[in-house]
Design a protein around this ligand. Structure first.
Ligand code: F7E
Length: 393
């Protein structure tokens, strides 16, 4: 069933991949029907197909859903998004894909090594992109073992199954700037030592070592990018950028309706992060997966802002005039004309150990992969605030 033989998909040729970034190849109706009817236990029919099969874990999350969108738009791949069985599902980030014939959900639980092996053995993927994780740094002190199991041990299970059953499958694990942690140079390049400050950072650093060991021991195409903070309207509300965009949108609505103002409470306002629009990272990850040789890269914006900067820019976009008083845990923001409290620091959001600042140097990815960003800090803030303001309408 060589249904896409004219496309001449060449995973070693970066130029070809960029050329494919134009229209999504069309499939014939008879072929679509065949793909649609497949279940995870009935995928053997696809094994001889020339369509590349990509497993994307964590597809209901921010990064997994953006990756699925990117692949469906820019390649002819079949995308298998993995979900964990839950009594109450949250598919809001992939709702728009429900009628997409090249997208299929499969069950996979990071804490169940059998389900990881089953997906790999059954599907025999060409690519395995792991975006699933316990990704909330603050939460990793509350549930360190679950964080380790999902962010480190699960990666070992993926590597083992790939080594045994599909050694030609290309593997990507989502790495993090949190691995650099207590940084000693600014900005951080691929050469910066791993100095994690949280159970989350430590688990990601361990996974990185496993990926390297498997790459070197078994000649696998296995990589782990260093993704600095990346945000957008699909971000969970526990992360500070979304907490701010959502919180300020709530405040704006309350002002407009003359209702009681819901005070936004934040932790360390001085923490500095390198924030990029999550959508910008997807092309970088895919380019990284399609090189002649596997190599790790930093993806970042190279610009650093404090949490306070993010808040102030959001208040500016929302056209809320404010005054600021106090310092550290006494810092407060009030509406200029009425003195009503809108934002204050609450030490309960301080972390047991803080990563004070992170800024990535992505020049290697720009030079070797030709990776480019589209968005910037201001466009990111505007997009996030507008999305939350409209959602609350
Ligand atoms: O915190 C400070 C907080 O939770 C950013 C994940 O995607 O990026 C993310 O990890 C900063 C920290 O993200 C609040 O102390 C102040 O310094 O938004 P965050 P994160 O910890 O940087 C990395 C690259 C990942 O890999 C992770 O998976 O903001 N902060 N006040 C606050 N943070 C939160 N969450 N809530 C606050 O009220």
């Amino acid at each position: 069933m060589s249904i896409l033989k004219d496309i001449k998909f060449n995973i070693y040729n970066k130029k070809k991949i960029m050329e494919q970034a134009t229209p999504t190849p069309k499939l014939h109706n008879s072929q679509l029907a065949e793909i649609e009817s497949l279940s995870v236990r009935d995928t053997s029919k696809l094994h001889s197909s020339s369509i590349k099969k990509v497993i994307v874990t964590g597809v209901t999350g921010q990064d997994g859903s953006h990756m699925a969108d990117y692949l469906l738009k820019n390649t002819n791949c079949m995308v298998y998004g993995t979900v964990r069985r839950l009594s109450v599902t949250n598919h809001v980030n992939i709702e728009h894909l429900k009628n997409e014939p090249r997208f299929q959900l499969i069950n996979l639980d990071l804490t169940d090594d059998y389900s990881i092996r089953e997906a790999i053995v059954e599907l025999k993927p060409d690519y395995f992109l792991n975006f699933a994780a316990q990704s909330f740094v603050d939460g990793s002190w509350d549930y360190p073992i679950q964080t380790w199991d999902t962010d480190a041990t699960a990666v070992l299970h993926m590597l083992e199954s790939i080594r045994k059953f599909v050694p030609n499958c290309r593997f990507y694990n989502a790495g993090s700037s949190e691995e650099f942690g207590d940084v000693i140079t600014d900005p951080q390049t691929e050469e910066h030592p791993l100095r994690p400050q949280s159970p989350y950072g430590a688990a990601k650093a361990a996974a990185r070592q496993l990926v390297r060991v498997y790459r070197e021991s078994y000649d696998l195409y296995a990589v782990q990018g260093w993704l600095f903070n990346h945000e957008g309207s699909r971000r969970g509300k526990e992360f500070v950028t979304r907490k701010i965009s959502h919180g300020v949108a709530m405040i704006k609505h309350a002002i407009e309706k003359n209702e009681e103002i819901p005070v936004l409470r934040l932790g360390n306002m001085d923490a500095q992060r390198d924030w990029t629009d999550a959508e910008d990272f997807m092309s970088g990850v895919w380019l990284m997966m399609n090189q002649d040789a596997p190599k790790n890269y930093v993806f970042a914006s190279g610009k650093m802002h404090t949490v306070r900067n993010f808040l102030e820019e959001t208040l500016k976009v929302a056209k809320i005039d404010y005054i600021k008083v106090g310092k550290d845990e006494y810092e407060k923001f009030m509406i200029k004309d009425t003195n009503e409290l809108i934002v204050e620091v609450d030490p309960k959001f301080y972390r047991p150990a803080e990563v004070h600042k992170l800024r990535g140097d992505c020049s290697l990815a720009e030079k070797e992969l030709g990776w480019k960003r589209i968005y910037n800090f201001k466009s990111l803030v505007k997009k996030m605030y507008s999305n939350d303001y409209n959602l609350l309408k």
